[in-house]
Design a protein around this ligand. Structure first.
Ligand SMILES: [Zn+2]
Length: 118
């Protein structure tokens, strides 16, 4: 759960190096997908965020989220559940995109005449 809570831009940027081709949010198109964006701003995760906020109250910053987590086991569990849900869906999207990219590369490769390899 650490990567999603990191407030440091450098750390977040590091997450993208080699893992994501671009830093923007693939869910909503925001120019920079940071932990703050994912946890507090991104409309895509609004339903999950609302569910969490029903239990822990409004979360407007990463600092507030960490404070909530440290204040009770129930809040910790609720925030952890939110983070897990979001990260699972993000990973599923990435995996699906990788599969699509692989299929496109295969089709592109298969369309090259064999004479090109002689
Ligand atoms: Zn977004």
């Amino acid at each position: 759960m650490f990567p999603i809570l990191s407030p440091y831009t450098k750390a977040i940027s590091h997450l993208f190096s080699g893992r994501e081709p671009t830093p923007e949010c693939h869910e909503c198109g925001a120019p920079l997908d940071t932990a703050l964006h994912t946890l507090v701003e991104c409309a895509t995760w609004g339903p999950q965020r609302s569910q969490m906020e029903k239990v822990v109250g409004p979360v407007r910053s990463l600092e507030n989220m960490v404070k909530a987590m440290l204040s009770s086991k129930r809040y910790w569990s609720e925030v952890a559940s939110f983070c897990e849900s979001v990260m699972t869906q993000k990973e599923a999207r990435k995996s699906k995109q990788l599969s699509i990219d692989t299929k496109r590369m295969r089709l592109k490769f298969e369309s090259v005449p064999l004479t090109e390899f002689d």
